[in-house]
Write a protein that binds this ligand. Structure first.
Ligand code: F6P
Length: 355
């Protein structure tokens, strides 16, 4: 098995479940370190690229954040970055080598634990002949074909706690606080934590906002004697007709809170401060929910391998974990439906989406 892309709370619980359930089948379970790169680099600083996982190796890790296998966001075997002789960076396709290495080592199947990027890679490898089962990981909850991804609930808990804590300062200082949350192209974390944390405004990529409408909400609260406001903004949110804020040329999001705070402060004439919660949303122990769903996903992936259900991803659908075609999971990302009952509920409670 391997873990790819950004880390998410619950990865270690999946690793434990896959290992113990695999051993229970009588298999030898291997962990590939740092995504796929462990296969290509046998040893890095005395750290082997592939390791045997036994019961001892996965003891006491269910509650730990991160991944004992390491991970990589730059390990796509179809386009691995290489430095060219002229000093520039190019890419090379080493996917055939990866498939040969699985065969040479006598590995019968890969359990790929990842988000949409990593599972797209897994799906491409499956199409080239590698027997693969995927496990849906990401705090963003943006994978199609599953009701939930592991890591999401923990991120929502962390963000809800942060929003709750901001209330006291916002109220004491009569300020507007803008909280920037992760989620890439989707607003799942912002929506759920914003509602649970008592935000006054929630901005998500699925509902383009207008700064004027946000300011209207802030000023309406002011007139009602509520002289502070909490604005929760998903990192990928954008103004109507405008672009999202990017932190770098690689397309990572970042900077929307700062941009928005300046505009709100000027238009509402209220002190406005920002909090960018960042990787804290991905760190630390998973919630009980994430531990359990991760254990269930891991054990279900082993059942898929045992039954020969390759090219699938384990998914939570209506309370049960079952395999779905990997293709369905990576075809498109799962976005918040602007008309879903959660958004309707938030609106009924007086929360503004800035539209
Ligand atoms: O996909 C998980 C995620 O945390 C996103 O919410 C965020 O946009 C991105 O990863 C950040 O990536 P990195 O850790 O590479 O900065």
């Amino acid at each position: 098995m391997n873990t790819g892309g950004g880390d998410a709370p619950g990865l270690n619980a999946v690793i434990r479940a896959v290992t113990l359930a695999g051993i229970d089948q009588g298999w030898e379970v291997l962990g590939i370190r740092r995504g796929y790169t462990g296969l290509l680099q046998e040893m890095v600083d005395e750290d082997p690229g592939v390791c045997v996982l036994d019961a001892h190796a996965v003891r006491g890790i269910t509650h730990l954040g991160g991944t004992i296998l390491g991970t990589s966001t730059r390990g796509n075997p179809f386009g691995l970055e290489v430095r060219q002789p002229d000093g520039t960076t190019g890419t090379v396709d080493r996917s055939d080598e990866i498939i040969s290495l699985f065969e040479e080592r006598g590995i019968d199947a890969l359990i790929a634990i990842g988000g949409d990027g990593s599972l797209r890679i897994a799906h491409e490898l499956y199409r080239k002949g590698l027997p693969v089962v995927g496990v849906p990981k990401t705090i963003d909850n943006d994978l199609a074909a599953t009701d939930v991804t592991f890591g999401f609930q923990t991120a929502v808990e962390v963000a809800t706690d942060a929003i709750g804590r901001l209330h006291s300062t916002a109220e004491s200082h009569q300020r507007v606080m803008v909280v920037e949350l992760m989620g890439r192209h989707t607003g799942w974390i912002a929506l759920e934590s914003g509602m649970a944390g008592g935000a006054d405004v929630i901005l998500i990529p699925e509902i383009p906002f207008s700064v004027d409408r946000i300011v209207e909400k802030v000023l309406a609260r002011e007139r009602a004697g509520r002289r502070f406001s909490i604005v929760v903004v998903a990192e990928g949110a954008s103004p109507r007709g405008g672009d999202p804020s990017y932190a770098d040329e690689e397309g990572r999001y970042g900077g929307i809170a700062e941009r928005l705070a300046g505009e709100i402060e000027e238009l509402a004439e209220k002190e406005t401060r920002t909090l960018v919660l960042g990787h804290i949303q991905r760190g630390g122990p998973p919630t009980a929910y994430d531990r359990n769903i991760s254990l269930r996903f891991g054990a279900a992936a082993v059942r898929c391998v045992a039954e020969g259900a390759m090219g699938t991803m384990v998914a939570l659908t209506g309370g049960d974990v079952r395999p779905v075609p990997l293709e369905d999971a990576v075809r498109d990302i799962k976005r918040v439906d602007p008309n879903c009952d959660a958004v309707q509920t938030a609106r009924q409670l007086g929360i503004s989406f800035g539209d």
